[in-house]
Design a protein around this ligand. Structure first.
Ligand code: DQA
Length: 146
């Protein structure tokens, strides 16, 4: 069974409370329950982590080296400026997919650039919680060798 780590970064713990028009009404626990159900039905061993602290996210990425087959990460605002998270993903050589609940290309200028994307296999942006499911399917296929 493949092990996938889902990491959510800054302010994602406030999903369902903040900017509901953009991020939806559902909170992160409920989104994670939805993902967990999908993983159970699809033989994926999933682990979740959320932090608002950049260094904690970096440490968790490092700890994936011998532990996880794939990573799905929504770094939140760190996407736009964290070279630390970027370098951590580059260092571990585990397929990583970047996810955003909102379509970052349809929003403010500063959101259109992610410094994380270049070290990820790909980016899924704008599909709400379904983005995590799309990322799980993509990672499963990548790990299977397509
Ligand atoms: C986000 C988009 C980011 O620009 C923003 O800072 C977030 C959430 C998203 O999921 O759409 O916190 O990553």
């Amino acid at each position: 069974m493949k092990k996938i780590f889902i990491i959510n970064g800054a302010n994602l713990n406030l999903t369902g409370i903040r900017s509901k028009i953009i991020y939806g009404l559902e909170n992160l626990d409920s989104i994670n329950d939805y993902i967990n159900d999908y993983c159970k039905k699809n033989d994926i061993n999933v682990e979740f982590f959320q932090s608002n602290i950049e260094g904690e996210i970096i440490n968790k990425i490092h700890s994936s080296i011998d532990n996880q087959d794939g990573i799905i990460i929504n770094p939140g605002a760190y996407s736009h400026y964290s070279y630390g998270i970027r370098d951590a993903i580059e260092s571990i050589i585990i397929p990583t997919i970047e996810v955003h609940l909102s379509n970052i290309y349809a929003r403010e200028e500063f959101r259109k650039k992610s410094v994380i994307s270049s070290v990820c296999v790909g980016v899924i942006s704008g599909f709400g919680k379904e983005g995590y499911i799309l990322a799980l399917d993509a990672i499963k296929n990548i790990l299977r060798g397509y």
